[in-house]
Design a protein around this ligand. Structure first.
Ligand SMILES: N#Cc1c(-c2ccc3ccn(Cc4ccc(CN5CCOCC5)cc4)c3c2)n[nH]c1N
Length: 239
């Protein structure tokens, strides 16, 4: 998978060279290219923002640098892509990012993330980008960030770990929170007793059937308690 990131703070993404995603880049599973949007400006101050038409607080990102950058990155950049890119703009006004979104995006060959700042990006950029690829405005959640970089980091991690070969043991992807619509069961490791707290006996029993049942019960109980919104209408229905 090729992933392009456009940002006026490209060093935000230095962390993606670490750990599993760093190894995925070294092995060629992920081709991550982070670019500074200001590279597509032409004035001495490398200006990317201006005042909003119609008034209002703050500044809006100018369309010109975005158009030039997207032409080069998402347009026919000389390489023969087999599919048009998916161009993702993190936005407080976007669809909410979920594990289902991550799974769908992990199947794509080319993702482009456009990280806005200030009060956002000139709307015409989204319209223009839709001629270059599938445009998705995606929100990390119902809270306000200062720009798209943190959301992009989170999405790249959530998507990247689903790419075959990135996570060593694919089994570990199956029993995770949200993967089967439920929160994950509690985990324990040695010592069996720690500060007068013991590991549940069933986990020490060696009875794999009983362990599986206990874990499922824990998932359902936790989901009912912490995230009832994830449960189908009938809470007693098997998920
Ligand atoms: N993903 C994600 C995000 C973002 C996000 C993503 C991208 C950008 C680019 C600029 N910002 C700052 C910003 C904050 C608030 C607002 C709303 N305005 C409405 C009118 O009153 C002023 C405020 C706009 C722009 C961004 C925030 N926030 N929360 C998420 N889950």
């Amino acid at each position: 998978m090729r992933i392009d990131v456009l940002s006026i703070f490209p060093s935000y993404f230095d962390g993606l060279t670490l750990s599993l995603l760093g190894k995925a880049q070294e092995s060629g599973l992920i081709d991550l290219r982070v670019r500074d949007l200001r590279d597509w400006t032409s004035d001495r101050h490398r200006t990317v923002d201006d005042t909003p038409y119609g008034g209002g607080a703050g500044m809006v990102m100018k369309p010109e640098p975005w158009g030039l950058a997207l032409d080069e990155i998402a347009g026919s950049s000389g390489e023969a892509p087999t599919e048009r890119p998916t161009i993702i703009f993190p936005s407080p006004a976007g669809e909410v990012f979920t594990q289902k979104t991550a799974r769908a995006l992990a199947t794509r060959e080319h993702l482009v993330f456009g990280c806005g700042r200030y009060e956002g990006i000139d709307e015409r950029v989204f319209e223009y980008a839709s001629d270059l690829g599938e445009v998705r405005l995606i929100s990390l959640g119902d809270y306000v960030l200062n720009g798209g970089e943190v959301a992009t980091m989170a999405m790249i991690e959530a998507i990247g770990r689903l790419i075959p070969g990135v996570v060593g043991n694919p089994e570990s992807l199956v029993e995770e929170s949200h993967e089967d619509g439920l929160l994950e069961y509690p985990s324990y490791t040695k010592p069996a007793s720690w500060r007068e707290r013991s590991v549940p006996d069933v986990l020490l029993s060696g009875n794999h059937g009983a362990i599986a049942s206990w874990r499922r019960e824990q998932q359902i109980e936790r989901t009912k308690r912490r995230r009832p919104d994830l449960l189908p209408g009938d809470e007693t229905a098997p998920v």
